[in-house]
Ligand binder design. Sequence first.
Ligand code: AMP
Length: 539
Amino acid sequence: MLGMIMDYPLTITCLLERARRLYAGKEIATKTEGGRHCYRYADLYERVCRLANALRELGVRPGDRVGTFAWNTYRHLEVYFAVPCSGAVVHTLNVRLGGDQLAYVIGHAANRVLFVDESLLPLLEPLREQLPTVRAYVVMGDGPLPDTPLRPVLRYEDLLAAASPAYAWPTLDERSACGMCYTSGTTGHPKGVVYSHRGMYLHSLMLTSADVMAICERDVVLPVVPMFHANCWGLPYAAAMVGAKQVFAGRFTQPPDLARLLQDEQVTLTSGVPTIWISLLPYLQEHPHDLSRIRMIVSGGSAVPPSLFTAYDALGLRIVHAWGMTEMSPVGVLGHLRSDMLGWRPDEQLGTRAKQGYPVPVVEVRAVDDQGREVPWDGRSLGELQVRGPCVTSGYYEDERSAAAFDDGWFRTGDVASIDAHGYIQIADRVKDLVKSGGEWISSVDLESAIMGHPKVLEAAVIAVPHERWQERPLACVVPRPEAKGSLTAEEIVDYLRPRFPRWWLPDAVVFLDAMPKTGVGKFDKKALRAHFRDFQLA
Ligand code: AMP
């Protein structure tokens, strides 16, 4: 017997229409070159309609891929809605990709139109001969069209001004594609993930639920995570669904700008990778700001060291750990404490908060060992983490690597994790980052999280280096705090770790770096570290 429920497609258009009807007066603010741009959801709606008409004029048809090469701004948000709601697919390009990779993903996705921030034109211009699929470049900026060799080139504001503010949104199949994003692996080209309207709708609803981020109308949401990183973790769509005020930092994400913005816009929820919070911390400690409205800082993308939780706790700011992947739309688990943990000792609570968290409503998890057996939820047994759910990808876009990414209907994350009796997962490592010493695994994440607890350490990453006897051994790469440069020693680091780990886990060597190499989305770039220390000789 079938359920007797309306066949109502879950689409991004529903979110847009809802924002217009219910939250027309709520604000969307963006930090700009000269100051601040602020308008309302009603203005967003009108400009999204204009943009949808302009896209039609540009020859964009349902299913076509439209690229964005842009920072977090209200214009980027307009593209986030106009493209999928008119039936096309918004492809957010990582502005930090190298030229060849960028040309590859634009070509692989066959982008027809590219929306480019004026300040980013110099990154795209040298590639113009390598982008045969692109029929038009649209420059997003405030001034006149800049001088550029890109052709044909159009000005975003001119397109909108010439277009009608009325648009009849098409009825879309909820399973149709709304967006895509490429994720970089250790080897080979980036892999394309294609999102559906239904998946994004459910993901938005999930983010608003009380045990996830509880995003609601009263919130002021500032995603520091770039809009090109996995749908900005779904925040712009979720915020629109509930009419939360949205704040965008533009390209101004340095600590002084961020602190000001968080304070002045009275932000309640913000999100970003740990490197953002690591760099903001000393600034906040030296320059107190009134951030009392913030109720949650969501930190994900790589592991949050326990010391970062406590440092922010001391400022009255609560970091909540999150784990996810581009392939999961992206949020998978969140590290809230449960009611029965609230009476626990602070160190026990910290231990649980430092785990990545337990699955959100649309995600199922399991960890599987080398023999393909699910490992018990005992908080100790390690296995490859696998996930499934309505927001998880079913394969990479036109990519033969898809088949290897699944195990009996579950997506293989490539992360090694344990799951405890409460369902909290703890990521030990990426499979490829584990240090395999004498047949045993050492978690680089555990080691580097601990090292970052040392008062003289700013950032730390641990990589495997070859070892004759043990096959691989850990090498700690450490960036000291500015005041400790030159005085911090390898012995101090190892002594600090000694009481915390078995002896055979201790790094064989510690090297000091001036700066940590970072990936395009701001994570520590272990691939670059491994390449740099490929021939490192352990004593
Ligand atoms: P991305 O697709 O760029 O978001 O990268 C996803 C990968 O980042 C995951 O497979 C993990 O390896 C890593 N990751 C994301 N969040 C966390 C976290 N909270 N702790 C540790 N690793 C994380």
